[in-house]
Design a protein around this ligand. Structure first.
Ligand SMILES: Nc1ncnc2c1ncn2[C@@H]1O[C@H](COP(=O)(O)OP(=O)(O)OP(=O)(O)O)[C@@H](O)[C@H]1O
Ligand SMILES: [Mg+2]
Length: 327
């Protein structure tokens, strides 16, 4: 409207010979600059409150103090690397009234393989989170490497553990940058070796760029099974004294699962392994099987002894392998 007005009045004045055409054009270009300035200023008045809210939210995240901190005099040396123990652990989630774990006790000796089975919501992932001190027991004691996790320095504790969570997360970056979150100074050879054991070598070499192939935030550009295998490789790169797999083989087909377990044997010799699994075939070879039922530890032992003594375990095996497997 301003420009139309200027041209209208200016045009008449030019017609009357009062004003030169050049003056009118110059006047219009100055006017445009001023109008642009006004547009920008009004834009700013919209953006500033938005930015202020964003800045507030970001600073809230940055200012959050971690709930789990290293106490003064925290233990950084673990006398029995690879040993895991729970003593009468009871756990209630904050704000919930039901006990998720009730007086669970077990011991895992260094270098052995322990499987945890149980129906959905029986508390398997909770056990895993307690071991890694992502949660703290409401009562009882959790010991890793012979040290109560509450007395251990969190960084030193996590250095002992290679954890593959139930929903593994990959960060935006490359395959290599994700694997090196396990151990920063790992060489390319070590990365390839871990990928080979995790049965991920084939698809990573087929990806554009191999180790340098891009991974989207959250790993959304690889399949669920591929994401699981990359997370397994990341835990292996770490070379921890204890490996924990929380249902990490669920998205793998049976033959990949079998090949992975075969490769894992020699590659992880001497490392304590704790495996949460749904598939009975994955766990029959374990040194010790823990059966959880609604937060209670209802059985522990080998596959054969549990078949003989634990009805819950027998039910799980029968439901998957048929009645003749338990006969
Ligand atoms: N963050 C949480 N807050 C409150 N309750 C929770 C939380 N996480 C889990 N629970 C509850 O704890 C119980 C055990 O959950 P958990 O994740 O340990 O089960 P799970 O055995 O790992 O099951 P799944 O086989 O489905 O992975 C469930 O009843 C669940 O509702
Ligand atoms: Mg779980």
């Amino acid at each position: 409207v301003t420009i139309v007005g200027v041209i209208w009045f200016g045009g008449h004045q030019v017609g009357d010979g009062d004003v030169e055409v050049g003056t009118l054009v110059a006047f219009m270009s100055y006017l445009m600059q001023i109008l642009m300035g006004i547009v920008m200023a009004s834009f700013m008045t919209i953006m500033i409150p938005r930015a202020a809210v964003c800045a507030e939210r970001i600073s809230e995240v940055l200012a959050t103090a971690p709930a789990i901190v290293s106490a003064p005099g925290a233990v950084t040396a673990f006398p029995v690397p690879g040993r895991v123990e729970m003593r009468d652990v009871t756990f209630v989630y904050e704000g919930a009234d039901a006990r998720v774990l009730a007086e669970v006790s077990f011991t895992v000796v260094p270098g052995s393989t322990t499987a945890i089975v149980g129906s959905t919501a029986s508390g398997k992932s909770t056990v895993v989170r307690l071991l890694a001190r992502l949660l703290e027991a409401s009562s009882g004691q959790v010991l890793v490497g012979g040290v109560d996790v509450r007395e251990a320095d969190p960084e030193a504790l996590w250095a002992q553990l290679g954890l593959v969570p139930q929903q593994p997360f990959l960060f935006a970056g490359t395959v290599a940058s994700n694997l090196r979150l396990g151990r920063e100074e790992a060489t390319d050879d070590e990365l390839w070796k871990a990928l080979e054991v995790a049965q991920a070598k084939d698809f990573v070499s087929a990806m554009d760029g191999g180790l340098e192939a891009t991974i989207a935030q959250g790993g959304t550009n690889v399949s669920g099974g591929q994401r699981q295998r990359l997370a397994i490789a990341r835990a292996l790169v770490r070379r921890p004294s204890i490996l924990i797999f929380d249902d990490s083989f669920s998205a793998l087909d049976v033959s990949t699962d079998a090949r992975l377990r075969e490769a894992m044997g020699p590659a992880t010799a001497g490392i304590t392994k704790i495996v949460v699994a749904q598939r009975v075939s994955t766990i029959t070879g374990a040194d010790q099987i823990l059966v959880l039922d609604d937060g209670h530890l209802v059985g522990s032992g080998t596959h054969e002894s549990l078949l003989a003594t634990c009805p819950v375990y027998r039910e799980i095996v029968t439901s998957q392998l048929g009645a003749k497997a338990t006969a």
